[in-house]
Design a protein around this ligand. Sequence first.
Ligand code: PLP
Length: 754
Amino acid sequence: MSLQQSLSQIYLDANATTPVLPQAADAALAAMKTSFGNPSSSHVTGLRAKQIMMQTRERAQRILGSGEGEVIFTSGATEGIQTGIISALTAARQSMESGKKYCLLYGATEHKAVPESLKHWNHILGIHADVVAIPVDNKGTLDKEFIAQHVGDALMICTMAVNNETGVYQDLSAIEQVIRANNPHVYWMVDCVQALGKTGLNLAQTTIDYAPFSGHKLYAPKGIGFVYIRKSAPFTPFIAGGGQEGGLRSGTENLPGMAALNEIFAIMLGESDFAFTPNEQLHKFRHQLRASLEKAFGNVVFNHDFDNSVPTTLNFAIEGFSSKEIMDLFDAAGIRVSSGSACSSKVTRSFVLDAMGLPVWQSEAAIRMSFGPAMTQSEVDEACQRIEQSAMALGHSCLMSQHHIDDKAPLSGLVQFKVGGSCTWLYVEPSDKSAIVIDPLSEVSSRINTLIECQQLNLVAVIDTHGHADHQSSRNDISDKYLASQTCDHLGWPSNTQSVSVGDSEFEYIEVSNKWLVRIVTPGHTNDSISMALCEPVTDHLDAQYLFCGDTILMGSLGRTNFECSNTADMYHSLRYIDALVSRDTLLCPSHDYNNEFTSSIDAEVARNQLLQQTLDGVINQQQFVNQKDVLDQHIVDESGSEIICGAFVGECQKQKMNEYDSESLARAMQSKHAIKLIDIREPHEYALEHDASFDENVPLTRFVQFINEHKHDKNAEIVLLCRSGSRSYVAAQALIRLGFENVGHLKGGYALY
Ligand code: PLP
């Protein structure tokens, strides 16, 4: 399918932001074109602008039930949060007793704007209170006993009405009772951003002091929000200046934003021709989406209960798939969702789901689907249809077992699975479907099992290159299932194999259809380390395509040799042994890929790893190697916090220059150079759902090493890579260039900007 006929988008990410409703956009445009005056001006144009502002405020007051409290317009909820916190802390500071320990309480699942602002102003105002998270239970409900215990010492307490990741709402009146029973005067802010238009509010009937809101979460544009301030609550302006908003918030008002909000408020109050979908119907929509997810992906798990969450949010995880994979899949199907997790440097986990005590995999794999009250039945139907198409596409790639699809894309050659910085390798000989698995990680074992069954592979062996210190091998899980009668050593190398002599050495090998997997004993990283060369049948030398070298040679590094079972001197000999046996352009398939480089070769490693180069070229002897390696291993830093890093990085990880195209420059290049190879490097299921007709070759990243091997004698070819957002294509292009490909480029911004 060409992108010109591409799928329209189904937008299911309303908790991040919403589109602007046409009537709100029209109102904003009219405010820019006609009623553009400054509400502070006393001429007619100014008065008309002021009228819009007053009407918007009046409607806001009715919606919030703000009574005698103030409603001040802001740029958004983050500003409203600052306003509440500064006001409360400035007042609280006056009454602090010296020597007494105070705290600032916030819900553990609060949007980051709240705890970060609390910490910031606590520091800036010199309050030095402890900033303490209130725990939640596994339903996301705040721990009231904890509040009762701690609120007596609190200067401020911040809770939220509805959570943005899960839609879980709090029982505000129960929280209020606990707070006021234990501290009648503590300042209380409730983040109401995700509650607007979804739950009723009657703020003046409560003792909530501050309540921030945001326009862009309910069909108004970005840049407009408002904050409620209880009548008796202290107030300090966050922005001083010309005295607008009665001196409470200076700066010329965002009239177009207010005009848009005014339309939204009119809809909420039933004063518009347009109506939002009633709540019961929204519940039905959510159930329909849920049923569709359950039908399409049997292994879906919901991360929150539906009985204490607003009907517009679903947060779920699909067992066996990362949130990134599902995001990529849904994006290809034209469904926009968000990963329910906040990205940290390496691991993506949701702190909200972590706080609820959900299993780690659910937190890592979380996907949030959210919609607003303008959702329609036809959009829900379309979303459900696309969810089912997405699951079919996974079945087509044999990544899901319950779909018995006839035209499965056959596997051929080498497949690389990555989990964090670790790799598992699967090799399939297409002629008779013989397969081997090297270094199986437990995270991918169910995927490998599904592939074996779906593709009807004949598993020959499952082998570890060494006893891994950093993770549990899942070798037994796989071999117990498919190789129950095979006897093998503790790494999975089969017993009674044949052997062949090369020079003075004897090597054991196993046959993988018409290829040989030859075992090379390479101790050093551990005393049981082996490497395996996948070769043509051996005559007098090893004609290897791939060398599975475990943690002996890593990309940009050498395996560490400071474990109890390591031997640095052995590593020296193993490196030289490998070099003598396989050619320097053989592709290395180590058990780690910390820097997204996919594969390497001895040539490429020697060019950036001086220790390896000096070792192989005989510039240093065994003792010098041991000395240098010991120093190097002392520099191993565990940056990820959870992973044992298996080698100190020694090589340069320089960013290579590449051709970066946009649509126009690519069109020009295609006109002038006919031989340009356009490759879509997304996974086959993404490609199957939608792709651009001119990118007629699909080389998924999991098969990229195979591609590199097939093209390693054609390094002049002009290649342009494309993916969803430009990040996978960038990384892949870097890898090709590092391996000596000379004319590699990618489409910057990927399909998203094409
Ligand atoms: N609070 C919650 C619960 C939110 O969901 C958001 C936005 O994601 C914010 C605060 C911040 O809102 P704004 O983007 O208007 O600053």
